[in-house]
Write a protein that binds this ligand. Structure first.
Ligand SMILES: *Cc1c(COP(=O)(O)O)cnc(C)c1O
Length: 377
């Protein structure tokens, strides 16, 4: 029998490493309390309205889901003031990223993004034999849009550009003027045949006035798709619901490759309910704002520099602050029951990503960090 052949680009893949699960950490280190601040999840749990919808939905699990996501799309179209044919739903926004690569790229084509951009872009590209052109970060860890534009112009096989705003894991963002100028320039490349994906997973947490509304940009530029998610502020990361917003033309192309039941019926019902849970969203934003202030003040107190963040997390420079790598700090904190996220896989070994928790979780995690600092002196 001939040996099974796996393409080189699949063999070369390094799988995504998710945040360490709480239970595994408890078992491994024999700990009673474990606090996970490693995956930018909502520390308040799922939206209560979503939980109620889930309980109702369970009795209908013998039915197939609504393959057209009729009710969720209707609700999104009302809230976002777009047509339902401008919306596509994905099994997490990660699936939307995958849709874009599969819809627009042939093997050997390329995507453009930045170094230290959300890693799913590169992974989805590589899975389909698509190259990634990742331009260097600017000194302040922001995307270098000029370099990205040169990347788009330099290679005729570039089909999609990914911009996370704000970006994960850096928390940094692009301002209205610079992003608009970038979009204008990209639109001029090869007759507007390069798609720009704006990943706004953290939009609900944004407080900066000069971070642009993505739907405004989508209306201005026909080659723009906006990606959003229910994984962050709505507290539904485990259910996997994301969506894309673009022109009806773009959506029609992507819809062709979507599996009819890519979202299960509970996910559809919960997302629709969560979207209407304004009280929960506003409480989540408030808790996030307080946690951000807590971590900024605490890190300052410890002499650990950090990058200002527009998300529900921030990136601390533990290399400068503690003389340790992010992986070393993570390891030392794990033993005390705190899970942070090292970001060496993003090319930032000196940094540590801290997701914001509840006040109690933040205090517990700070204690661990303080103990590590004491030990490192
Ligand atoms: C968390 C995150 C997402 C969300 O992914 P889902 O698949 O929707 O859970 C998307 N983009 C970025 C940049 C993120 O940090």
């Amino acid at each position: 029998m001939a040996p099974l052949i796996v393409p080189e680009y699949i063999r070369a893949l390094t799988p995504y490493v998710p945040g360490k699960p709480i239970e595994e950490t408890q078992r491994e280190y024999k700990l009673k309390r474990v606090v996970k601040l490693a995956s930018n999840e909502n520390p308040l749990g799922p939206s209560p309205r979503a939980l109620k919808a889930l309980r109702t939905g369970v009795s209908q699990l013998h039915r197939y889901p609504d393959g057209s996501a009729f009710h969720l799309k209707k609700a999104l179209s009302r809230v976002l003031k777009v047509d339902t044919n401008q919306l596509i739903v994905g099994n997490g926004s990660n699936e939307i990223i995958d849709f874009l690569v599969r819809t627009y790229c042939l093997p050997g084509d390329a995507i453009v993004t930045s170094q230290a951009a959300f890693i799913a872009y590169t992974l989805c590209a590589q899975i389909h034999g698509v190259r990634t052109i990742a331009t260097p970060l600017a000194a302040d860890l922001r995307f270098d849009l000029d370099a990205m534009l040169s990347g788009v112009q330099s290679d005729p096989r570039v089909k999609v550009v990914f911009v996370a705003n704000p970006n994960n894991p850096t928390g940094t963002y692009m301002k209205t003027d610079e992003l608009r100028a970038f979009l204008r320039s990209v639109q001029a490349v090869r007759d507007g045949s390069v798609l720009v994906a704006l990943d706004y997973a953290y939009w609900e947490y944004v407080t900066a006035k000069d971070l642009p509304d993505p739907l405004m940009l989508m209306r201005e530029f026909p080659n723009v798709i906006v990606m959003r998610t229910f994984s962050k502020v709505y507290g539904l990361a485990g259910l996997r619901v994301g969506y894309g917003v673009a022109s009806a033309d773009v959506i029609a192309s992507i819809e062709k490759i979507r599996q009819p039941f890519n979202l299960n019926s509970l996910a559809l019902a919960a997302a629709e309910a969560a979207l209407g849970d304004k009280a929960f969203v506003s409480r989540s934003r408030k808790v996030n704002k307080q946690a951000k202030a807590f971590w900024e003040k605490s890190l300052k107190g410890l002499g650990i520099p950090f990058w200002p963040s527009q998300g529900n997390f921030l990136l601390a420079d533990v290399g400068k602050g503690l003389g340790m790598t992010g992986a070393e700090v993570t390891q030392a904190c794990l033993r005390q029951g705190v899970i942070f996220r090292p970001v060496g896989n993003y090319g930032l070994p000196q940094a540590l990503r801290i997701s914001f928790g509840t006040p109690g979780e933040n205090l517990f995690a700070l204690k661990a960090l303080k103990a590590v600092r004491g030990g490192s002196r």
